[in-house]
Ligand binder design. Structure first.
Ligand code: NAP
Length: 268
């Protein structure tokens, strides 16, 4: 395994909670300086206070729904003389309900956070990684990008499938230049995600065996990008679900997932 050099920083979006905070802790354990990004500055400051005994931490409070944020973030890290050799595109959330139950601004913000900001941050930070012949991009996608579509949370699976394809394509382009790109595909993970989208009560009835802790997901994701795996699905049950989705006939896989989708999707 080639460990990221200690000189470069890891920039983690969505570091104020859940998988992003766990990835920041995992990189801190490995001695990597951090740039922590999210909207809630108090949460980021608390994480920086916890980790700064191990590694230098820079906090940048930013809203990724603002189309100006990626350029501002890049300019800020440039002005501080920070070389970002590891970019973790993790910030994300879900919009419950059917497509027409939310207004266009809600969907436009969602696409900005989950797709456009990811593509732009990657485009801005990648040239320095290519020049250094060393870089890591860890994109937090989801099992939702690998299973058949269902009604409800309409854009979510589509953005995660986009992220998986984007990661795998970019990995093939960048591998000869010393840059690894990985799509991390977690299934159900204990974080604030289902509190934010109002699905906690529903998903708490799902079998315990399909859930993982955010620390395990973070460690698996960081190991994967460091060792050059382009895609990782976390957890045995989730790998089985991904395999069934791939190898069963489409109509059967769709029928199976649709019959269970009321347990984890709100389509009203
Ligand atoms: N939990 C799961 O079951 C699960 C499964 C598969 C994939 N995922 C993916 O994992 C990633 C992390 O989610 P999580 O489970 O850790 O949920 P979480 O605990 O709710 O964390 C989400 C993070 O995203 C940040 N964020 C949301 N909107 C933002 C915005 N407009 N600007 C900047 N930051 C923003 C939040 O920070 P602020 O609110 O402070 O801005 C927070 O740090 C997401 O991409 C999600 O799709 C989660």
């Amino acid at each position: 395994m080639t460990q990221s050099t200690k000189s470069g920083h890891a920039l983690v979006t969505g570091a104020s909670s859940g998988i992003g905070a766990a990835i920041a802790r995992e990189y801190a354990r490995r001695g990597k300086p951090l740039v922590l990004v999210a909207r809630r500055a108090d949460r980021l400051e608390a994480l920086a206070a916890e980790l700064s005994a191990r590694v230098p931490c820079v906090v940048i409070a930013a809203d990724l729904a603002d189309p100006a944020t990626p350029a501002r973030l890049f300019a800020d890290t440039q002005a501080r003389g920070i070389f970002v050799d590891t970019l973790v595109n993790n910030a994300g959330y879900g919009v419950p309900g059917r497509y027409l139950s939310a207004d266009w601004k809600t969907h436009a913000d969602f696409l900005q956070v989950l797709m456009t900001s990811v593509a732009e941050l990657t485009h801005r930070y990648l040239p320095a990684m290519e020049a250094a012949r060393h870089g890591r991009i860890l994109n937090v996608a989801s099992l939702a990008g690998l299973v058949p579509a269902t009604a409800g949370h309409t854009l979510y699976g589509a953005t995660k499938l986009w992220l998986i394809r984007f990661s795998e394509s970019l990995d093939q382009e960048m591998r000869p230049h010393g840059v690894h790109v990985t799509a991390l595909c977690p299934g159900m993970t204990y974080t604030e995600f289902h509190d934010v989208n109002g699905m906690r009560e529903k998903v708490s009835k799902l079998p315990k065996g399909i859930w993982l802790g955010s620390d395990d997901v973070a460690r698996l994701g960081v190991d994967a990008v460091e060792s050059g795996r382009a895609r990782i699905v976390t957890g045995r049950a989730n790998r089985l679900i991904a395999a069934l989705s791939k190898y069963l006939p489409d109509a059967l896989a769709r029928a199976l997932i649709s019959s269970r989708s009321k347990d984890f999707r709100d389509a009203d």
